[in-house]
Design a protein around this ligand. Structure first.
Ligand code: NAD
Length: 718
């Protein structure tokens, strides 16, 4: 007979063994929230108390997943300063205590992980006495990537199972491993095929292979490899601490907190160690960094992936045939991800040979993945079989969508629009991957402007999740809906913005790059400028980024923007453009040309070109904090302008686009989060000062300069 707990857990006894199946009815995947934790406590409590039951199996009712981890919406709520700290501590303790009660219940408990177990899901499995996992499913503790740590005993159990040194990569990198690897690492006992986990768990119990006591609860337990003071462990902890600090420039405190849990916990009995872990977990939860990361990179991303901005009217559409015009860096990437999503893709360039070369490049990339074991040969062949080289534009006949990724020139693009639309059907969508040209201006060449849209991808396309979707004035709901359906089909994260020169992301990247040039011109040492960019949390400094993007591209975009801007905002641009002009005149296109702000050696190494830059700066100014703040504010002010002109209108989505698109530091949440958390009055005041100290480009639009104190931009804001 099946018993149901809170509509979340089913219990069916197999003889003297209780099988508990976690199955959240309203979710496609199980997650942990206080209700689920209560249900687990009640269900396991009853089975433990039942004298007819001698062993327990915990599994999931979902076909391909055990437990995806904590419900991050709930976790994010716990981080809100409005949520009483004592209540947060109680919730966190309840989770840990529930798992600990399972571990110390006196009856053998087996986790039968039928698929993925992450974060709190894996922590539940770790609290069971025996773990059966699915060979090919993924397991891991990714909390660190969210600015958090595993707070339900994860740091303590992993270290006690496999020792400090083996635990470090699992806890500090947040990477997932396969079930087979989990067994090899000593985190699980058996890896079997999907569908076999419960049988394997029952067999382990019936054959008395499961001891109802964790190793660390046995008398005389010693941590494998010794505690944190064992010389090799002390060494490994010091190295891990240094590496994590260097990697995050001190912006992510989670690595240090995990190291403290290991250090302190390694010398304590389990229950005390768990309290230490809970304390560090709550500390992290209440820091803005974790809240910002979880809100932007998880909650907002999830809602964007679920197509929050999709108009409801048009029915869901699955794309089956499309075209890509221009098969260079971007076109090849777009073709690859589309073919990987099951879409037939027609490639057209200026000649069939160029398109063929693109297909060969895609094949080589896929071959590399096969060699690395990341792709099967069958899948590689299937992807390539969907990519068709077309001799000319006529090959697009019958395509439901054509994306152009040709030269960034309005006339060339408008010609292409006319030619391509002539062979497309009435319903077909024409999308442009322009980085900066206004959609409405391009659409003047279109005979069906309602079917015209901007899909701005990021390079490299297969790796970058974001696509900035630009809806023009005439873009219809059907075009927007179908474009979003297509992006979901190809597993991209869409953020919808309105039209304007450079849209949102290109304008903000330009602002960051240009501030690097202004700092140079103001006498800052280029090495310090680069370090200040990294200290802010950007992956690379502005001069390096400009070289990587290509100074010719930066030059082209900045001159294009110069013609669009007016008033004080544009006044400073001529100053930075003059430097870009000099770079281009000197052939300094960046890495691709062998020289830019840096010089590049044949072995791939690079060095700041001090001889060239000495013509621009005297290297005297060394104030890292000033440089860091100016580069942050350059991005904030540009974001404020995009908001003021209606290019962006959803703060959460704009922040997601910033973090995914130009790697704005996730611990800050995004530019709108920074402005809101800084306070509108302080933001306006500091910008006024920066105008006086550094230049007119820090002038805020009126709506921000005169914003009421405490103005909020997030929709969920009170
Ligand atoms: P690319 O130079 O690598 O490729 C352009 C391709 O278009 C070439 O194969 C070229 O032969 C072809 N082409 C040019 N004119 C054509 C025409 N009239 N008809 C058919 N084919 C033509 O350029 P890319 O970096 O892939 O950029 C393409 C577009 O994507 C540009 O609009 C660019 O602004 C935009 N974009 C680039 C990036 C990036 O990081 N590279 C990012 C976002 C958007």
């Amino acid at each position: 007979m099946t018993k149901n707990y809170s509509n979340m857990i089913d219990r069916e006894d197999d003889g003297s063994i209780a099988i508990l199946r976690i199955d959240l009815r309203d979710r496609s995947m199980n997650v942990l929230d206080p209700g689920v934790i209560d249900a687990i406590a009640v269900a396991t409590g009853e089975a433990i108390a039942d004298p007819a039951i001698s062993g327990i199996v915990i599994t999931s009712g979902k076909e391909n997943g055990f437990l995806a981890g904590a419900d991050l919406t709930v976790v994010s709520g716990w981080g809100d300063p409005a949520y009483a700290l004592a209540s947060v501590r109680a919730e966190v303790a309840k989770l840990g205590n529930t798992f600990r009660a399972i571990e110390t219940c006196g009856k053998p408990v087996v986790a039968a992980c039928n698929g993925l177990a992450l974060g709190g899901g894996l922590e539940l499995a770790l609290a069971c006495h025996y773990r059966v996992v699915t060979r090919h499913a993924r397991y891991g503790l990714p909390e660190i990537t969210l600015g958090l740590l595993p707070g339900a005993g994860g740091t303590q159990r992993v270290m006690r199972l496999i020792g400090i040194q083996a635990a470090l990569p699992i806890l500090m990198q947040g990477r997932t491993i396969s079930g087979a690897e989990a067994v090899e690492a000593g985190l699980a006992h058996e890896a079997v095929d999907r569908g076999q986990v419960v049988n394997a768990a029952l067999a382990a119990l019936r054959e008395n292979r499961v001891k109802a006591l964790a190793a660390w609860d046995e008398k005389g337990f010693r941590l494998p490899g010794g505690d944190a003071y064992a010389p090799a462990n002390a060494n490994a902890l010091t190295v891990a601490s240094t590496l994590s600090h260097v990697a995050s420039k001190g912006n992510n405190t989670a690595p240090l907190a995990i190291l403290r849990c290991i250090h302190d916990g390694s010398r304590l009995p389990f229950d005390k160690a768990q309290q230490v872990e809970q304390k560090y977990f709550v500390d992290l939860l209440r820091k803005p960094a974790a809240r910002n990361i979880v809100r932007t990179m998880f909650i907002t991303k999830q809602s964007a992936d679920k197509l929050k901005r999709r108009p409801e009217g048009p029915p869901k559409h699955i794309m089956s045939r499309m075209g890509v015009l221009g098969t260079g860096i971007m076109g090849s990437g777009i073709a690859e991800v589309s073919a990987a999503a099951g879409i037939d893709v027609v490639l057209v360039d200026r000649s069939a040979d160029i398109a063929e070369a693109s297909k060969t490049r895609i094949a080589k990339g896929l071959d590399r993945q096969v060699a690395q074991g990341r792709l099967t040969q069958e899948r590689r062949d299937a992807i390539l079989s969907r990519i068709h080289v077309g001799a000319g534009i006529e090959a697009f006949a019958g395509c439901e969508l054509v994306i152009e990724a040709i030269l960034e020139d309005i006339k060339v693009k408008q010609d292409a629009i006319r030619n391509v639309e002539a062979v497309l059907g009435e319903d077909a969508i024409f999308a442009t991957n322009t980085s900066a040209l206004p959609i409405d201006e391009l659409a003047t060449a279109s005979i069906r402007p309602q079917n015209f849209i901007g899909l701005h991808y990021f390079s490299p396309v297969p790796k970058m999740a974001l696509v900035e979707v630009i809806s023009g004035k005439a873009t219809s709901e059907q075009t927007l809906a179908r474009s979003l359906d297509y992006l979901a089909q190809t597993k991209k994260t869409p953020v919808v913005v309105n039209d304007g020169y450079g849209f949102y992301t290109t304008r903000c990247v330009d602002a960051y790059l240009r501030e690097g040039i202004h700092l140079l011109l103001d006498g800052f040492d280029p090495i310090l400028i680069e370090k200040a960019g990294e200290a802010l949390g950007m992956p690379v400094g502005p001069l390096c980024l400009s070289d990587e993007v290509g100074n010719d591209t930066a030059h082209h975009i900045s001159h294009f923007f110069e013609n669009r801007e007016s008033g004080p905002v544009g006044a400073d641009r001529a100053r930075s453009n003059a430097i870009l002009d000099r770079l281009i005149a000197d052939g300094r296109t960046g890495r691709k040309g062998g020289k830019g702000f840096y010089t590049y050696a044949e072995d791939g190494s690079k060095a700041i070109d001090r001889a060239f830059l000495s013509q621009l700066t005297d290297f005297k100014r060394q104030d890292l904090e000033v440089a860091r703040e100016r580069m942050l504010f350059a991005q904030l002010v540009e974001t404020a302008r995009c908001w003021d002109s209606g290019v962006i209108e959803d703060a959460a989505e704009a922040d997601l686009a910033a973090c995914l698109g130009w790697a704005f530091p996730t611990h800050l949440g995004g530019p709108m989060a920074v402005i809101e958390q800084m306070g509108s009055a302080h933001f306006a005041e500091r910008c006024r000062e920066l105008v006086a100290q550094a230049g007119a480009r820090f002038t805020l639009p009126e709506s921000f300069a005169r914003a009421r104190p405490g103005a909020r931009y997030y929709r969920d804001a009170a």
